[in-house]
Design a protein around this ligand. Sequence first.
Ligand SMILES: [Zn+2]
Length: 233
Amino acid sequence: MNRREFLGTLASSSVALSLPSLFSTPATAGTLQAIRELPPSEVKQVAWTVDDGTSPESVKRYIRLVSENDLRLTFFIYSAMGSWLKNKKELLPLVESGQIQLANHTAHHPALAGLSPKNIQRELMGAHNFIEKHFDIDARPYYRPPYGSINRKVIDAAAEIGYTKPMLWSGSLGDASNIRASRIAQLARSSFYDGSIVLAHANNLTSATVFPTILDIIRSKSLQTVTLLDAFN
Ligand SMILES: [Zn+2]
């Protein structure tokens, strides 16, 4: 069984999960840390990262924003949400070109720190297999723990299955649920800066009304948008 097949069976099989971890990384186990900013680079860059996708229409607006403005962006996929398949046709070409990166935000969006290592891996593998099946992408090593719920147990359990980059953020637009557009714009001004990882959500349409303001902020600060793969590889 190759690695891809093994990972494919992992989420659905409790037997596979009880096997000794074939892919643990002893060299890094226990030393990985959550990541909050981009590594230093010669150009000013920002990672605009968009989580969840509870609103299919919001996901669509982000996809069009990226396409029409030649941006680069990372979606953290909460795979139980229907948005990803509803928008697959428009999303896939941008994923294939690398303009949009798909990363792992679990299958059901639990607070991972409260789960057993086996269930942490099951949640990550649920989204992993979804992304691989529908977009032919291996989302590793980037994941974001829902609610930023992370501890040593989460980091080690994720690393055992190849998720070695736990991504938090340096600034947030506060838009997981509905807030005023003016507040999102205010948070965007402080969140978008050279080296920042900005947390946004595709959960409502308020954020989309702030897109022109955010584009202005990016331009006025001479920032380049990058995916996590662009920045870390
Ligand atoms: Zn989330």
